[in-house]
Design a protein around this ligand. Sequence first.
Ligand code: FUB
Length: 317
Amino acid sequence: MKTGSNLRGLCGIKLSSARLPSVMRKLLLVALTIAFVQISLPAQRQVLPDFQADPSARVFNGRLYVYPSHDIAGSKDWDMVDWHVFSTDDMAHWTDHGVIFSLKDVKWATKHAWAPDCIERNGKYYFYFPADDQIGVAVSNAPTGPFKDALGKPLIGTNEAGIRSIDPNIFIDGDGQAYLYFGNSHDKVAVVKLKQDMITRDGPIHVVDVKNYHEGIWVYKRKGLYYFTYPSYRGDMVANLMEYSVAKSPMGPFEYKGVILDNRSRNVHGSVVEFKGESWLFYHVAGPSPYERRVCVAPLRYREDGSIEAIRMNDPL
Ligand code: FUB
């Protein structure tokens, strides 16, 4: 009884059999319902209120923060205008800290407040955000803002690297070097080093080859290995798979490893975080429409050799 299809088979048992007394039939029904819920929930546990997407999860001072995009109820496009942050101590009780940054706070962009990321350095919090196919950086003294546009202009301009300037992801390596990854393309990711101030580029933008990459890269390091998780593109304007590659350096070369998740939606976007000794994958699924998405979380498990076990979606969406 490990998979959804087995479960559905189990649920197909004829509970109406006249041979079972009615009390036993009810008990069996309750037991099957509990088993179904317990087995189905882990891969589809919605944790943020409707509608949020593109979750970037970070731990600051022992507390977990999620920086998502903010989908608009009833919208027919990804025409978002602001960003919230949510936090928790226990993955069960979440605080919505409200709008932490908005297109109104930016002079150089008017639309598409898409997938952001945030990181702490020297007591300041840096919020990287795409808007109008450009990437900016805002700064605050707290993870919950308020954030202020640090440059008054984009950090990365439109199409500067020959790929779309969206979906920033910030990574600081053990030696203190910061890398800003971004982009939407086929098989190519852009990366540029940042100076210690986190708002100045340090050298050229590199475009590196990452098999099946589409957008939404998320970079982290585990046991000396660099992991690159990302939504992939397999045609038909659908990007529903999260896949991953690994490398021995932040700039590659990258070894393709496989699929982590199929969210069965128009698109997916996620992040990996260690919190209280467990590893978690945050991601979104489509809600009533592809423009009204929901943020979910699932435990992420590694095999002995460092490879990631694919997450199975047990419950039909
Ligand atoms: O949320 C808007 C866009 O949809 C993001 O930038 C992409 O990663 C995709 O999730």
